[in-house]
Design a protein. Structure first.
Length: 229
């Protein structure tokens, strides 16, 4: 490392093994430049995203990478709290299974009552902040979170309207309202939520008739929460 004083003040790392360490009372962070080649998951198709010479300015906590920015200006946040999950239907994932609470045919019924949605067919669960046994996403830090869902909803046992709802800490944040007009209809919703560390966010299946109105399973639905800022 060299310190330049020729009219300007700056720090220059003269080797890729050099890093700048910054300490707090309990932690040490490392700032360093790293080689980080970019691949292409769809080799042979256009456009080609491969960049074997790509690098990043990165921050580490020990051996754990916390953040990076590429020479293109792309922000890399590998540990951002986020999950996306869909529902198992009745007899899924194994024959005889009840499926997930909130699915339209949970435990073989299409008229069961309003219930917390507990999607267990997880597509990703970054940081494991989502618990499919409770349906709760627990916020690990203070911030603004986005909660969203999109699904086909089953209306045979709904009298007039669907009211899927998003909760924080057991209190209603937003109730969506959709009048029933057919046996299956698409309903989606998205809200931003200011939350503190330890707050929990969940989705709730409900209808004006107190029963029915469950969401479809597998690729026909998703529930998701992530930290925005």
């Amino acid at each position: 490392m060299s310190l330049k004083l020729n009219g300007q003040t700056g720090i220059e790392f003269t080797s890729t093994t050099h890093e700048l360490k910054v300490k707090s009372s309990n932690h040490t962070w490392s700032l360093k430049g790293i080689d980080a080649p970019i691949g292409d998951s769809q080799t042979g198709t256009a456009p080609d995203t491969t960049d074997n010479d790509s690098g990043q300015l990165a921050i580490y906590n020990g051996e754990t990478k916390l953040w990076g920015i590429t020479e293109h200006g792309y922000n890399i946040k590998p540990n951002i709290p986020a999950y996306n999950a869909t529902l198992y239907g009745y007899n899924q994932p194994n024959n005889g299974d009840s499926g997930d609470p909130g699915v339209y045919n949970y435990n073989g019924s299409t008229s069961y009552g309003n219930i917390i949605i507990k999607a267990s067919n997880i597509r990703f669960n970054n940081g494991n902040h989502y618990d499919p046994t409770t349906g709760y996403f627990t916020c690990p830090v203070d911030g603004i979170y986005v909660a969203s869902f999109n699904s086909n909803w089953y209306g045979v046992n709904v009298s007039s309207s669907f009211t899927p709802t998003i909760f924080k800490n057991g209190a209603e944040i937003h109730r969506f309202y959709e009048s029933k007009y057919t046996d299956w209809q698409q309903i989606s919703g998205c809200v931003t939520i200011s939350a503190n560390a330890g707050d929990y966010i969940n989705f709730y299946k409900s209808s004006n008739s107190g029963g029915g109105g469950g969401a479809d399973a597998n690729a026909y639905t998703h529930f998701s929460v992530y930290l925005l800022a």
